[in-house]
Each structure stands twice: as C-alpha cells, then as structure tokens.
Design a binder for this molecule. Sequence first.
Ligand code: 48C
Length: 290
Amino acid sequence: MLAPEGLLYTQPTVFPSRTDVVFASPWLAPIVWEGSFNIALLDSIYKPMNLTIATTVFAVGKYVAFLKDFLETAEIHYMVGYKVDYYIFTDRPGDVPNVTLAEGRRVRVMKVPSSNRWQEISARRMEMIQLLIENTIRGQADYIFCLDVDSKFHAHFGVEALGRLVATIHPSFWTLQRDQFTYERRPESRAYIPLGEGDFYYGGAVFGGLLEDVRAMTKTCSQNFEADTANGIEAAWQEESHLNRYFLYNKPSKLLSPEYLWMDVAGWNKEIKLVRFSGVEKNYAEIRPN
Ligand code: 48C
C-alpha cells in the first residue's frame, strides 16, 4: 500500500537518530524510543485500517480510585483517533467513574470478585484476559493492550506500540545486567530462569499484541501460575515472573522502552526523553487488601 503522496517524501527516520540507546533487540525486534518513529507516517498507514484496540485494566478493591485519572489521561494521549474498547474489571461496578470518551471509544465493565490478597488479584489477570479474548472480544478487536490502573498517561502512546506480541522494558532494571534481574530463581517454579539466561526484564504493567498471540501468552502464564500454586509455590513477582519466562522462550516481536512504563518515584534518566505512561506514587499499605 502506497503512503499518501505527501508522505512519500518525508525525511526518512535516520536510523539511528540517536546514539544513546539501542533500537533493536538481538533478535531484531524494534525497541520503540522517542526519535525512532515518524507518527505521521505510521498514522497514514494505520488510520485507514479502521482498527479497534481492546484495552484491559483491572481496578479491584480500592484501586477503583485510580480509574478517573487513568481514563482521563488516556483520552488525551492513548491511541487518540482510533477505536478503543476499555474493559474495566472490578468488584465495584458502581464506583467506575463516568468519564467523557471521544467518538469510537467505550467502556465495558466486567464484574469480578474481590480478593484479600493483592498477589492473587494481580496474577489472576492472566486468566481473565485469556477468557476475555476467547469469550468476548474475538472478532471485535484487532489488537489488545493490558495496562496497570495505578498509572497516568503523560505523552503520546499510539500505534507505534502495536505489534504481534509486545513487551515493555521495566524501568528499574534496564541499566542492569541480567543476573541482577528479579527473575524467579527457584527451579521448582514454572517461572524459573537460571542465572546466565535472559534478555530484558519486562514489566507486567504493559503488554499487548494481536489477540491470538496475547491469548496464547496469557493462557500459558495462567496455567503455569496455577501449576505453581498446586505445588505450593508462588513466583517472586507473581504473573510478572511468568511473563518474563514466557517472553524469554517466545520472543516478543516489538519492545517498548521504559518511556511506556515509567514510575513517578523513579525520578529522571538522561535516555528517557519523555515519559508516556507512568505508575503514580502510592502508599501500598493504604490501598492494598494485605
Ligand atoms: O486492581 C488491583 N487491586 C489491588 O488491590 C492490587 C492490584 N490491582 C491490579 O493489579 C491493578 O490493576 C494494579 O495496577 C495491578 C498490579 N500492579 C501494581 O499493584 C503496581 N503497579 C505494581
């Protein structure tokens, strides 16, 4: 498909437009940084496809309080101009705020039970996402993104993030060596990654891709988490440990830089030219059930 005339002669993205970061993984998956893409060119390709991006967010217990900022800032920065179906999983449907959404974007509330363990709430997201794809959104969306709710958008987060299977580099580990990653290190766990192995440490807060690829990933992570539970073991960082194991042996086709998963408490870093999505500072003791 030819890009519209006007864009055929845009200045091609000079690779690398920066020399302070790497733009591809060892298996040649793009790593998306500011300066690595031309959004006008990408939108000219993706807009005509009339895509729908399903977006899951879990707000269980007191985390419902994060929904308003999440949704209001998403309406300003997240997949703007595209159809977005937000699937909000919560035990408190009555507390879902009424946020004005742009044309083509809608909220669907999915009732889930509460829990007295935050680890369980976080981990069971994998199974809920798998079932959502199988039972609800097959045929109704082209891509899916799964995001943490205790975060806000601060800058453009758009179709440059779309891909077959998309993982995000965690902000706390991207300058460290693999043996310093907080992978699950006990061989008894299905999430086990031995010292000396590993590519990046991926965050459980932002992942996505095509429906089938994300279904396969969430199904595997869910089954492995359940198998661990049956064996009386819980991986170091719950489903995030299982996600890291999955992405080690099933390489993601695109990586998002920590611009897409920052943490307000992390301060600033010279390679981070802008923060697009960031976890807000919070007092876990006040908002978590345990
Ligand atoms: O919805 C809840 N409620 C809880 O009590 C604990 C977690 N969660 C969901 O799991 C939220 O969607 C959180 O964003 C996610 C787990 N991620 C976190 O708690 C921090 N971002 C690490």
